[in-house]
Design a protein around this ligand. Structure first.
Ligand SMILES: *Cc1c(COP(=O)(O)O)cnc(C)c1O
Ligand SMILES: [Zn+2]
Length: 431
């Protein structure tokens, strides 16, 4: 689908899409620029395209004030996102501005100094995962480019986020998932009324199928949020970085632990932090980014430990299905960021994931999905290995809700079953 263009006074064509401060797409490998449109790969070198902006009109204090008086959703950062200025008035799920929890009881268990450990709890988003942030950006791009159907390949959470956003905005939706996902994720994706298609294969098979569909007339008019709208989608993860810093009183955390599926979220958190430094909204000082994977799908962690620059694909086998991408598109960029910032990439076993889910629930009252078990488990391991500094301000991401992955904690249940009498209560030893 072509971008609408109009003749400028010089006779050349300029895009007429209004995506706020976004000016173009630029190639992350060779810097080649193209107009804003539903494209994701560079025509020169096949590198991934990302959104480029013009922030030159902003003064730091004016921008800070505009953000602080903005909506209590991620749209408070609209001046830094590829969305029109009036985005908050359009029908969407208004995700973001989730709580940053000071986790002192968890800190004590992990041996972190009091007041230094925080959990950014993105289970509080409308469809209970961080994916609402990225879908909200892709929806605006879909509107701008005239798509009528929203689609995606998903490990589960994205399917629900797309279905809900499409329902709210009056789009059709058709989303694709591996056929064997958790029931909570399947129901969550189906209930919004769009089409949900199970593919016999892994996520990587689903993704390959969607790429074929985009090139085929059968996919005409479809906006795949994480494929042909990926440059816009990805920018939504910057808002995690913005919120964390604003909630810390416009300060950078020293260390941040981020889950890795495709690696997009981690790379954009880094981009968001660097933008805040460049805009003068936070002090320019070092921070470290740590990536977290499940051992059963740890291609980036394996490459980090082996000192490789390239990521060798794996066939996933883990309970952390939302992170089960065996061939992560942003893997090499994640390696680069972990090394450049002095961070690391680590993985934990399924058993450690379950222990970490229970630990977070027991200490802070936060019920995380398996991806949250991965980040908390990796944080624990990195502290034990002396890699993560327990005296520094650390933010751990919980990106999803435990209600979607109940099987992970199967066996958790009743303390006792009694008759409704005091005798029975005493007999069970409950007083
Ligand atoms: C999708 C997802 C992520 C991260 O995905 P990336 O592809 O690395 O951006 C993290 N946690 C949960 C729960 C997710 O669903
Ligand atoms: Zn290029």
């Amino acid at each position: 689908m072509a971008v609408q263009t109009a003749a400028s006074s010089t006779g050349s064509t300029v895009p007429t899409v209004d995506l706020g401060p976004a000016t173009a797409l630029s190639c992350r490998e060779c810097g080649h620029r193209v107009p804003l449109g539903p494209v994701f790969a560079c025509e020169e070198c096949f590198g991934p395209l990302e959104v480029a902006y013009d922030f030159s009109g902003y003064d730091t204090e004016g921008l800070r004030k505009r953000i602080e008086t903005g909506p209590t959703s991620l749209w408070r950062y609209a001046p830094l996102l590829p969305v029109p200025a009036d985005v908050a008035d359009k029908p969407n799920l208004n995700p973001g501005w989730t709580r940053l929890v000071q986790a002192d009881r968890l800190a004590r268990e992990l041996g972190v100094d009091a007041g230094r450990l925080f959990v950014k709890d993105d289970s509080g988003n409308p469809t209970h995962s961080f994916k609402d942030r990225v879908v909200a950006q892709a929806l605006e791009a879909a509107r701008a480019f005239g798509f009528t159907t929203l689609s995606c390949s998903s490990t589960g959470n994205l399917a629900g986020a797309v279905g809900a956003a499409a329902a709210r905005a009056g789009f059709r939706s058709c989303v694709f998932i591996p056929h064997d996902l958790e029931q909570g994720k399947v129901v969550m994706a189906a209930v919004y009324g769009g089409r949900l298609v199970g593919i016999e294969g892994t996520y990587d098979d689903v993704n390959r199928f969607c790429s074929e569909l985009i090139g085929d007339p059968a996919g005409e008019g479809w906006g795949f949020v994480n494929v042909n709208l990926r440059p816009y989608y990805a920018e939504g993860s910057k808002t995690l970085a913005y919120e964390i810093c604003e909630q810390l009183g416009w300060r950078l955390p020293d260390q941040i632990v981020v889950p890795i599926a495709s690696g997009s979220q981690l790379t954009k958190i880094d981009k968001g932090l660097r933008e805040l430094i460049e805009l003068g909204l936070v002090e320019d000082r070092p921070y470290k980014i740590f990536g977290a994977q499940a051992e059963g799908c740890s291609p980036v962690s394996a490459a980090f430990k082996a000192g490789h620059d390239v990521v060798r694909p794996q066939k996933p086998d883990t309970i952390a299905k939302s992170l089960a991408i065996g061939n992560p598109a942003d893997g090499p960029y994640v390696l680069d960021i972990a090394r450049r910032t002095g961070g690391a990439v680590e993985d934990v076993t399924d058993e450690q994931i379950v222990d970490a889910i229970r630990l977070l629930a027991r200490t802070e009252g936060i019920f995380a999905e398996t991806a949250g078990g991965v980040t908390v488990g990796v944080t624990k391991k990195l502290i034990e290995n002396g890699v993560l500094d327990p005296a520094k301000t650390t933010v751990v991401l919980n990106t999803g809700d435990g209600l979607k992955t109940l099987d992970a904690v199967a066996g958790t249940g009743l303390t006792a079953t009694i008759r409704p009498t005091l005798d029975s209560f005493r007999e069970a030893g409950l007083q």
